[in-house]
Design a protein around this ligand. Structure first.
Ligand SMILES: Cc1cc2nc3c(=O)[nH]c(=O)nc-3n(C[C@H](O)[C@H](O)[C@H](O)COP(=O)(O)OP(=O)(O)OC[C@H]3O[C@@H](n4cnc5c(N)ncnc54)[C@H](O)[C@@H]3O)c2cc1C
Length: 380
């Protein structure tokens, strides 16, 4: 294990190595045998069989954010698509885990933890994703429950998931204070959807709710408190998006270093050209800075330190932008071969792009950091 992870405990370093090996030897062959853009149930079951999902979905509380980051970096380094399958399953299950009714938890969590059922987190709507407090899918009272009407868009694992954590408007005009989360099984009457093909192989789609019935037991947390449920999940996951980016960036850097050492041009290996090696030195520095920011934000979250919002926003912002840059440089160093369809860098180039948009776009993260910088200043 290199000095890059010297700040981690021996257990965390062991977890990282295990995830890297599983990703390379077990999960990546399953990704290659699956169909891009669709849920890979064999892969999800393998994530369950090897205990990774159960580790994240332990009854009684959150996985440590640092452990979540370690798993995500390790998987991303050798198999970004299996990392995504792991992360989306955990994201969709987390609201049920921490706020679901006992009956919902008993019915769904064992199958989500062993990977035989698939979860999704349904927050974004066609009208927008950044401004969560303005979401409009309606949940109107109906007998002893609710009827859900409206649409969700860009929901990872939709429409192929088995259970959706759906955020709906229960009180008009109340902004963030009028949203409720529901656990909605895919088999519910009135629920339909379609796949949305993306630039990457990410399984994602749109959902239509046409008067879908949900009982009060299907509420995840209290009525009108769903915004808090969404934020609790996103606060845990935000630094770990940075860890996903770090894993991909490290893979790109490793490939670029190997290529620069072995490819000859003008009678020399590429590594003899300072124009190449200094670019890689900058990438290596930024990737390590990103890793440390991510782990510091996750550790602060685990310790319930004040200021974790700013630390998480910085980590996600910096890591996703550093990874985009790292993959771009690695492609430049490889030349044309990296753009061949199916090359690992071509896949990373498509995969990394979404990380600067989902779970808070880079501009939203900058907005959070800026707001925090000025928060405690007296008015001028
Ligand atoms: C690969 C992928 C997977 C996803 N998975 C899920 C999922 O599982 N569940 C889910 O609910 N959603 C998911 N999403 C949706 C994602 O969360 C939204 O795309 C995201 O929240 C942004 O919303 P939007 O696309 O509607 O853009 P908008 O909200 O319309 O924003 C467009 C752009 O405007 C800018 N902007 C917005 N607000 C501000 C601001 N305050 N200041 C400055 N600039 C701003 C940003 O550049 C932003 O990218 C996924 C998206 C992708 C790409």
């Amino acid at each position: 294990m290199s000095a890059q992870h010297a700040h981690l405990s021996p257990e965390q370093r062991e977890l990282l190595t295990r995830c890297e090996e599983l990703a390379r030897d077990v999960f990546e062959p399953m990704v290659r045998a699956g169909e891009a853009g669709h849920v890979n149930r064999r892969l999800n079951a393998a994530l369950g069989e090897h205990g990774l999902l159960a580790r994240a979905l332990r009854h009684g509380g959150d996985i440590a954010a640092v452990d979540l980051c370690v798993i995500r970096e390790g998987l991303a380094r050798h198999s970004p698509e299996s990392e995504t399958a792991f992360a989306v399953q955990c994201l969709g299950s987390h609201p049920l885990l921490v706020a679901g009714h006992a009956a919902t938890r008993d019915e769904w969590l064992p199958r989500l933890a062993d990977g035989t059922a698939v979860a999704a987190f349904a927050l974004t709507e066609p009208g927008g994703g950044s401004d969560v407090a303005s979401l409009g899918l309606r949940a109107e009272p109906d007998g002893d429950g609710f009827r859900l009407t409206g649409e969700k868009a860009f929901i990872s694992n939709a429409p192929e998931a088995d259970i959706y954590a759906v955020f709906a408007r229960t009180t008009e005009g109340a902004g963030a204070r009028g949203i409720t989360c529901f656990a909605v099984p895919a088999a519910s009457g009135g629920l339909s959807g379609e796949t949305t093909p993306l630039v990457s192989g990410h399984p994602i789609g749109r959902l239509t709710f046409d008067g879908v019935h949900a009982t009060r037991e299907q509420m995840v947390g209290e009525q009108d408190r769903g915004f808090g449920v969404a934020m609790r999940t996103l606060d845990l996951f935000r630094p770990s998006v940075g860890a996903f980016a770090v894993g991909m960036a490290q893979a790109a850097l490793d490939a670029a270093v190997h290529h620069a050492a072995t490819r000859t041009a003008f009678g020399h290996p590429l590594s003899a050209f300072q124009g190449v090696t200094h670019q890689l030195a900058d990438v290596a520095t930024r990737v390590q800075a990103a890793r440390l920011l991510v782990h510091a934000a996750a550790a602060a979250y685990d310790a319930r330190e004040p200021g974790t919002t700013r630390a998480s926003a910085m980590a996600k912002l910096f890591a996703t932008e550093a990874a985009t840059d790292a993959i771009d440089v690695a492609i430049q160093v490889h030349g044309a071969r990296a753009l061949e369809r199916g090359h690992m860098l071509e896949r990373l180039y498509r995969e990394v792009r979404g990380t600067r948009i989902y779970e808070g776009a880079s501009e939203v993260q900058r907005e959070i950091v800026a707001r925090e910088l000025f928060r405690d200043l007296p008015p001028a």
